[in-house]
Design a protein. Structure first.
Length: 166
């Protein structure tokens, strides 16, 4: 075998030329003969020419459902707001339980002790866990809206490519 650049004699297993350093590509396999396929007449009338190469850049399709996209964004914003409010409420419950006291009808203050603290702490933790679930549910719901809009857009794009309209 000879180097295509410097014509140096090389062994048949060489991957690069020892003289000039050119990378040698393996011998290309013989070309496979193209088989012709004749599609049914109905398909020939409705689509692109068979065997035609795909366009170099994919076609663009107009984005639809602008209001639905806005609603998905608003749901995401609401997920953050609702989670924030619920977390603040949970923290408030914990603090209120820790500082709880009860005033009797005589005007004296009675400390409720560990019962109020545990009640406030448990209620506050439940509220914070609920906030996480609300956030995850609302955020995931808005993402599912995007998933279905993207599926529809990709379906239209595939249709345009297959029909060769653009």
């Amino acid at each position: 075998m000879k180097c295509p650049v410097c014509s140096a004699e090389l062994p048949s297993t060489a991957k690069f030329c020892g003289s000039c350093g050119t990378t040698l590509s393996p011998a290309a396999p013989p070309p496979v003969p193209q088989q012709s396929f004749e599609p049914p007449q109905a398909m020939m009338n409705s689509g692109p020419t068979w065997g035609a190469s795909a366009p170099s850049t994919p076609p663009t399709v107009a984005r639809k459902y602008k209001v639905l996209r806005l609603i998905a964004v608003l749901i995401k914003i609401f997920a953050f707001v609702a989670a924030g409010i619920l977390i603040i409420a949970g923290l408030f419950m914990i603090i209120a339980g820790a500082t709880a006291s009860r005033t009797t009808s005589m005007g004296t203050s009675v400390d409720l002790g560990p019962t109020a603290f545990l009640g406030g702490a448990v209620g506050g933790l439940i509220m914070i866990i609920y906030a996480v679930f609300v956030f995850v549910f609302l955020y995931a719901y808005s993402e599912w809206m995007y998933v279905f809009m993207d599926i529809e857009e990709n379906t239209r794009l595939t249709n345009e490519v297959l029909l060769g309209r653009r």
